[in-house]
Design a protein around this ligand. Structure first.
Ligand SMILES: O=P(O)(O)O[C@H]1O[C@H](CO)[C@@H](O)[C@H]1O
Ligand SMILES: O=c1cc[nH]c(=O)[nH]1
Length: 245
């Protein structure tokens, strides 16, 4: 059964203050940037732990943006509370990642069709059986078509949600690369699992911020303040989206 979620411990928004569609960057300052750049009349709905969250409108539709922090456990806390306490239905992670593949370049967009993981979270849930965390197909299709129309270099496929940013063995990524995994980040497998548990839509859209093969990197300022292409893809993909059947 787990811990009963009958109040929101990590979000102090009022009931009804968070929209059904929520963009989820790991970085709370990217949440602020998204709200200030893309939303009309943004109102800050969360202050707890400095994990900034805002709600406004985008092309006439209410949209929220909520930082989740880094890693699957942090992301799962926010997404569980967003769904069970605030009725959120469409959860779209907008994050950064490190590319595993030669042809997936820095600043390319990746849409996470599925998320592999080295995390234990689903072993706690499913024991030795393996759950495959996947994206919502309709959201994925919409995002892919929008990204294609706009001419963004876009890749769709399996991503890796790791519990470790600084691995002792740097080359451990090669097993994932050899099996076609596109890139590493730290939250999608948790997000997709929580969404599946509650029957809501989830998608992960990433911009490649660094490359494990070429070692090319972007700055933390660029990660916080740019990568606007994926934000617009996420916002437009959620426009007029009905509830999951
Ligand atoms: O840019 P965000 O969304 O935080 O995503 C990536 O960046 C962080 C690591 O630097 C991890 O959270 C990883 O998933
Ligand atoms: O290499 C990277 C880049 C972004 N996020 C990660 O988790 N790893």
């Amino acid at each position: 059964m787990g811990y009963p979620v009958d109040m929101s411990i990590h979000l102090n928004a009022e009931p009804g203050q968070i929209a059904e569609t929520v963009l989820l960057p790991g970085d709370p300052l990217r949440a602020k940037h998204i709200a200030e750049t893309f939303l009309e009349n943004p109102v800050q709905h969360n202050t707890v732990r400095g994990m900034l969250g805002f709600t406004g409108t985008y092309k006439g539709q209410r949209v929220s943006v909520q930082g989740t922090g880094m890693g699957i456990p942090s992301c799962m806390i926010y997404t569980e509370e967003l769904i069970t306490q605030y009725g959120c239905k469409n959860l779209i992670r907008v994050g950064t990642c490190g590319s595993y593949q030669e042809d997936v370049r820095v600043r390319d967009i990746i849409i996470g069709q599925a998320a592999s993981t080295d995390s234990n979270v689903n072993k706690i849930r499913f024991g030795e059986k393996t759950f495959a965390p996947i994206a919502d197909f309709e959201l994925l299709l919409r995002a892919y078509q929008i990204a294609q129309e706009r001419g963004f270099r876009t890749h769709v496929g399996n991503i890796m949600s790791s519990d470790t940013f600084y691995h002792d063995d740097f080359d451990q990524y090669k097993i994932w690369k050899d099996f076609g995994v596109l890139a590493v980040e730290m939250e999608a497998a948790g997000l997709y699992t929580v969404a599946a548990k509650h029957g809501v839509r989830a998608l992960t859209i990433l911009t490649v911020s660094d490359h494990l093969i070429t070692r090319e990197e972007t700055t933390s300022e660029e990660r916080q303040l740019t990568f606007n292409g994926m934000i617009e893809v996420a916002l437009d993909a959620a426009l007029g989206l009905g509830q999951k059947a």
